[in-house]
Design a protein around this ligand. Structure first.
Ligand SMILES: [Zn+2]
Length: 191
């Protein structure tokens, strides 16, 4: 992996892992799939390996990503879904021709119609987003508590009280900020 590109932040939910390829949307945004090859890399680690990606396919991916982000954010806030976002998600879902196949080990794998079909991979991601936004899956859509992030994430914790999209980044930063604030407070009261 070229060191010049930011790492991925992979969660266990496909659609919100995908929206997480752009992070810090309300701060200094970090684009984690800035070039077609990085989308190829992301798809490979997400079980949707493709051989290649064109700049136009990357554009489609970005468009889908922001549509999922907009629709999931609205759903998390219990607001009406933006029609344009719904349209993009539905178009990508309808255009994909991936097939779910069962491996001999009893696992589900996605089989794309051809090795260059980024559209098929995007169809799988769109369908994943639909199942979350439609409330079909066990979990709760929520927004990250970090003010610079506010990413929509899918909370599958038992208590449904997760606050951050990602414990290792947003959660950790918040914990550290609190720790230092407390230390400053302690130092002041000791004077
Ligand atoms: Zn976050």
């Amino acid at each position: 992996m070229p060191a010049a590109f930011p790492d991925f932040r992979l969660g266990n939910v496909l659609a919100t892992s995908f929206t997480g390829t752009l992070s810090e949307r309300h701060g200094n945004p970090v684009e984690r799939i800035p070039v077609p090859q990085r989308l190829v890399d992301w798809l490979a680690v997400s079980g949707l390996a493709v051989d290649s990606c064109t700049p136009a396919q990357l554009e489609l991916a970005w468009e889908l990503r922001e549509a999922i982000h907009a629709a999931a954010t609205a759903a998390a806030k219990h607001e009406p879904l933006p029609p344009s976002a719904v349209q993009v998600i539905n178009d990508r879902s309808a255009q994909g021709r991936a097939a779910a196949v069962l491996t001999p080990e009893g696992k589900r794998r996605w089989q794309l119609s051809s090795a260059s079909s980024v559209e098929d991979a995007l169809g799988v991601i769109a369908a994943d987003a639909i199942s979350i936004i439609a409330g079909e899956r066990d979990g709760r859509l929520a927004l990250c508590a970090s003010p610079t992030c506010q990413a929509a994430f899918f909370d599958t914790s038992q208590s449904r009280t997760r606050r951050w999209c990602d414990m290792n980044t947003c959660g950790n930063r918040e914990k550290k900020a609190r720790y230092y604030a407390n230390r400053r407070e302690t130092a002041r009261s000791a004077q």
